[in-house]
Design a binder for this molecule. Structure first.
Ligand code: GDP
Ligand code: MG
Length: 457
């Protein structure tokens, strides 16, 4: 159902990488220069995402003589960096993130979460660019605010240039060990097979034009096949949020298609499919009016790609990280409901048939899947008997306590990036259920492994 070649949507971009590599800072830096100019730069705040119009990007990359033929309207960057947003942006197993930025600290090289991110990107077949950040920390670096990286590098001393080369060589080798070919982008002659590295500083802005240019170049290459606007809805729930005065709302990214006020939709719920009607389609007020507290702009309809807040009845148990479906006039509601529950079914099918195993809990279905995938790998191999999404409550502890009779070490909850209520903690203490909490998957494994070993002794 293509609607003509010039009808292109904005590509969607996520930022991933190890903690403290500068993901948030990099996003701020990309946004920063234009915040003062307000809407003049054309950058607009959406729900959960920032929109960069092509004109803005073109302006900022003009020193690099970027191709002026770009036809996509802009770039939509997801505001929450990290695993979770990326894993939530998916539909039927494939990623809805068109291009990702994998941030690596040039002083640290590849770190555990870099590798986790890399594996995630590979498993979802996602395109990405490596931002080799914090180049300003090279000893003796001379700042060249917002300069293209080659220009900035020419102004550095031989010592800085040598340290840079040495670190890049090491990091390229580390990537190679992970089975990935990488190359500095301005030397990369084979962008299809070799991933590009862009040195950046989120502090002083060197390399930021290059990063934007690469994102643009990528869009140029893929727009015909991937970025042509389609009428079919592609939409995913990033967050479920209670907002004063609005009740439970869902923050979604509309990747394709158009949503209207009054549309009938189906979303995946913890207790089954939720069929409801869009009451309001909301976006934030433009930056200047941010002081108008709690006020959103209402829309009759919104076209992809966009970050949108949706209000509707019955969203309390909606599951973040699942697809939103539109019920069209010719659609069979039961079919749509089945489709909406597919993600949940896939996750449920990972539960061990023996009924013996630990309980796992995560904040979204995407992170739950990532955790389940990890636990299933042969090197880890921990069976799972129960799953849940959201904070750990007393009833979750009760469920896990069933294992005390069968296999004590499995009376355990692996809680990934979720809170544990004080009541649940107390009950776990009394009952002898272990709760391990971490926001990095392999830390959960380390804790559990240590616990298993302590039990054996
Ligand atoms: P995140 O955890 O990946 O989101 O990392 P942050 O954006 O919070 O950055 C972590 C720390 O590194 C903060 O203190 C930043 O100010 C600092 N930082 C980030 N990018 C740069 C950079 O390019 N240069 C320098 N010198 N510091 C940076
Ligand atoms: Mg951050």
């Amino acid at each position: 159902k293509k609607s003509g070649n010039l009808n292109l949507r904005s590509p969607i971009c996520c930022i991933l990488g190890h903690v403290d590599t500068g993901k948030t800072k990099l996003l701020d830096c990309i946004r920063g220069t234009n915040v003062q100019e307000g809407e003049a730069g054309g950058i607009t705040q959406q729900i959960g995402a920032t929109y960069f119009p092509t004109d803005n990007i073109r302006e900022r990359t003009k020193e690099l003589k970027a191709d002026a033929m770009l036809k996509v309207p802009g770039l939509l960057v997801i505001d929450t960096p990290g695993h979770e947003a990326f894993t939530n942006l998916r539909s039927r197993g494939s990623s809805l993130c068109d291009i990702a930025i994998l941030v690596v600290d040039i002083m640290h090289g590849l770190e555990p979460q870099t590798i986790e991110s890399l594996n995630l990107l590979k498993s979802r077949n996602a395109e990405f660019i490596v931002a080799l950040n914090k180049v300003d920390r090279l000893y003796g670096w001379k700042k060249c605010l917002n300069a293209p990286i080659v220009k900035a590098m020419k102004l550095q001393s031989i010592d800085v240039q040598n340290e840079f080369k040495m670190r890049v060589t090491q990091i390229v080798t580390q990537f190679k060990e992970q089975g990935l070919n990488t190359e500095l982008y301005y030397k990369n002659k084979n962008m299809g097979e070799t991933s590009s590295i862009v040195p950046t500083s989120a502090m002083s802005g060197e390399g930021i034009p290059d990063l934007l240019l690469l994102l643009i170049n990528w869009a140029q290459r893929t727009m015909e096949e991937k970025l042509t606007f389609m009428d079919d809805i592609q939409c995913t729930v990033l967050e479920v949020k209670v907002i004063e005065g609005l009740g439970t709302t869902i923050d979604v990214v509309l990747v394709n298609g158009v949503l209207h006020e009054g549309d009938q939709i189906v979303v995946c719920g913890m207790q089954g499919p939720i069929t409801t009607t869009i009451r309001a389609l909301l976006t934030p007020h433009p930056m200047k009016e941010l002081r108008v507290k709690g006020a959103y702009l209402h829309h009759k309809e919104l076209k992809a790609a966009q970050g949108i807040k949706i209000t509707a009845q019955g969203l309390e148990h909606a599951v973040a990280g699942t697809a939103l479906y539109l019920v069209g006039p010719n659609d069979d509601l039961d079919n749509v409901k089945d489709l909406a529950m597919q993600d949940m079914k896939n996750v449920m099918s990972r539960i061990d048939k023996s009924g013996e195993g630990v309980c796992v809990q995560a904040s979204t279905i995407g992170s739950l899947e990532a955790l389940l995938e990890f636990l299933k790998t042969p090197a880890v191999n921990i069976p799972v008997s129960g799953i849940n999404i959201g904070p750990v409550h007393k009833k979750d502890v009760m469920k896990a306590s069933v294992m005390l009779e069968r296999k004590k070490e499995y009376a355990t909850i692996l809680a990934f990036d979720v809170k544990v209520t004080p009541e649940a903690r107390d009950l776990a203490e009394d009952a002898g259920v272990k709760i391990f909490i971490a926001d990095i998957i392999y830390h959960l494994f380390d804790q559990f492994k240590a616990y298993m070993e302590s039990i054996k002794e």
